[in-house]
Structures are given as C-alpha cells and as structure tokens.
Design a protein. Structure first.
Length: 182
C-alpha cells in the first residue's frame, strides 16, 4: 500500500468515526442544542467517553496520516499541518472544556491548522480538489474569526462553531478519498 493510500485510510477512519460518534453523543445528551451548545459540551457528563475517546482517535489518525505523508522524504509543510491539527484534536479529548486553557488551546490548534491545511490544498492537490480545498479553508478561517469575535450570524454559538468543524470534517473526508485514489 502506498503511503498516500495508508494516510487516506487513516484520515477517513478517524474522521468518519468521530463524525458519527459526535452525532450519537448529541442524541444521547438530554436537551442538547446544536445552536446553543458548543461541541465540546459533549466532552463532559454521560457523553464524555464517546466524545473524548473518538476525538483522541481522530487526533491519532491525523498524526499518523501526516507521518505517512512525510515518509517518502518529501519535506512539505502540508503533513506538518495535519500533524499539528491531530495534536490539537488529542488535546481537546484529553483536556475537556472544564479544564479551561488546555482545552481552548487544543481546539484552536485543530481549528486553525485544519483550515490552513485546506488552504494549502491549492499547492498540494492535482485534481479539482485543489480548487475546492482552499474555499473550505477560507470558510473555516473566516468562521474562526466570527466565532472568536462572538459574531454568530443568528445561528448561535454552537451553530457558528459548526461552521468551523463541519467544513473541516467534510474536507478531511474529501482529502482521504483524494489520497486513497492517488
């Protein structure tokens, strides 16, 4: 199996498992609102094991996927962006929102570096994905600014956070398919 294929399988597995588990945790969390609740609320209480375990798994798969992309000896920035995003995801799972600063730093790392990685797609990818990827990166990065400045555009704090997370997760699925087809 080529390194790109292995990276794609890992990134797909982590993203798929986390995405589905996040939806399951939202369903189990009594009174949860995707508009009013931030995603990290799922990391405390009875849904903590589901959320924290799967976001740590996502982090591990992003880190390993980034490492596989480094193995051929290419010293490009893209794999490092994935690795840093993976480290951020692991921090989010290891330090729930109740820990304060460590959790916030982890969330910022995963959000920011996923957005930057998507921007770098214009240089990294050869197919039409090279044009889609930076659009996703811009959406993620603009949403980070809106979220950080409390401009929720009527969709609530949880809705605006999802404008960061959902495009990043969908981009990661697209990335995994791209890598598996190389």
């Amino acid at each position: 199996m080529k390194n790109e294929h292995a990276a794609g399988v890992l990134i797909f597995a982590g993203t798929f498992v986390f995405s589905i588990s996040m939806m399951i945790a939202e369903a189990f969390y009594s009174g949860y609102s995707i508009s009013s609740n931030v995603i990290s609320d799922l990391g405390v209480g009875k849904t903590a094991d589901i959320f924290n375990g799967t976001i740590i798994f996502l982090g591990i798969t992003l880190i390993l996927g980034g490492i596989f992309l480094l193995l051929p000896g290419r010293r490009k920035i893209f794999p490092y962006l994935l690795i840093i995003a993976g480290i951020g995801a692991m921090i989010v799972g290891l330090f729930p929102e109740t820990t304060g600063a460590p959790h916030t730093i982890g969330a910022f790392l995963v959000f920011l570096f996923a957005g930057i990685a998507a921007l770098f797609g214009i240089k990294r990818f050869k197919s039409a994905f090279r044009f889609i990827s930076p659009i996703v990166g811009i959406v993620v990065l603009v949403s980070i600014v809106l979220y950080a400045t409390s401009n929720y555009l009527g969709i609530g704090v949880g809705g605006m956070e999802r404008m960061i997370v959902y495009p990043a997760l969908l981009w990661a699925i697209g990335l995994s398919v791209y890598l598996m087809s190389e």
